[in-house]
Write a protein that binds this ligand. Structure first.
Ligand code: CAA
Length: 260
């Protein structure tokens, strides 16, 4: 697929998707969402891609939400398709069998916050601003904000943001666990890549199983979730990388993982 609204690059196992509609502060229209879905699918299918980073172009915005100009005159059926497309794409991103990092370089509002929450972790710049302002334009979050936000920061705090429509800064996002790390804007990508490189050194099957157990265990009963963990952990023993990891530990050397 040819991309017009995102930039997709791959370098040494790290794929980067950069939202690139600077005139609209990288707001997501349906075309951009289709491009995101396509690029995430490429990341899923290409074994040479080991980690995915999502960020925004420019110094002001990650993604300022769904495109209000496109949504303004939507009929309910069209809006249903638009919200479903967002949900399908973000679930694909969330369940990607390899790690994803949102490098939030400014506004992450509405759909922008929702995209970042479908990533495994959020590294943010000091000028980042999070919010679910949909209520101010007669909407509610439509790409998972009512669900992923309360799971990440708790129901009371999520309701404050979703009902009040306000924004929080990077320090507050860090304080409540929405942001994992905060960096000066000019260091954000570099630091994000350092973490991505650290993940590339891990055994890929282990990363896949860890994500699977966390993602799919979260909404199960504790007994069922623990059972899922047991099975995911036991599956690691079928890999050559588990043997190598333990052998290397006992031989006091660095492991040489081969991804099998
Ligand atoms: N959709 C479409 N265009 C947007 C946009 C959006 N979500 N956010 C910003 N833009 C456009 C503006 O219309 C403006 O375009 P023009 O220059 O052509 O007028 C340009 O980006 C720059 O924006 P501002 O002049 O407003 O910049 P600012 O610095 O004064 O304010 C801002 C920045 C606080 C992010 C402000 O633009 C804003 O409030 N944007 C809307 C945020 C929002 O409500 N997001 C939620 C959308 S709904 C949603 O996401 C639903 C869902 O869950 C799926």
């Amino acid at each position: 697929m040819e991309y017009k609204n995102i930039i997709f690059s791959v370098e040494e196992g790290i794929a980067t998707i950069t939202f690139n509609r600077p005139k609209a502060l990288n707001a997501m229209n349906s075309e951009t969402m289709l491009e995101l879905k396509d690029a995430v699918t490429v990341c899923k299918d290409d074994d040479t891609i080991r980690v995915l980073i999502l960020t925004g172009s420019g110094e002001k915005s990650f993604v300022a939400g769904a495109d209000i100009a496109q949504m303004q005159d939507m009929e309910p059926r069209e809006s249903l398709a638009f919200m479903e497309l967002g949900h399908e794409t973000l679930r694909l991103l969330e369940t990607l069998p390899k790690p994803s990092i949102a490098a939030v370089n400014g506004f992450a509002l509405g759909g922008g916050a929702e995209i970042s929450m479908a990533c495994d972790v959020r590294f943010v710049s000091e000028n980042a601003k999070f919010g679910q302002p949909e209520i101010m334009i007669g909407l509610i979050p439509g790409w998972g904000g009512t669900q992923r936000l309360s799971r990440l920061i708790g129901m009371g705090r999520a309701k404050e943001l979703v009902l009040g429509g306000g924004q929080i800064d990077a320090a507050r996002a860090y304080e409540i666990g929405l942001a994992n790390r905060v960096y000066p804007l000019d260091q954000l990508l570099e630091e994000t890549k350092k973490f991505a490189q650290k993940l590339i050194a891990m055994p890929p099957f282990g990363l896949k199983m860890a994500k699977h157990a966390i993602n799919f265990g979260y909404d199960l009963s504790l007994d069922n979730a623990n059972r899922l963990e047991v099975e995911c952990c036991a599956q690691c023993f079928s890999t050559r990388d588990q043997k190598e990891g333990m052998k290397a530990f006992l031989e006091k050397r660095k492991p040489n993982y081969i991804g099998r």
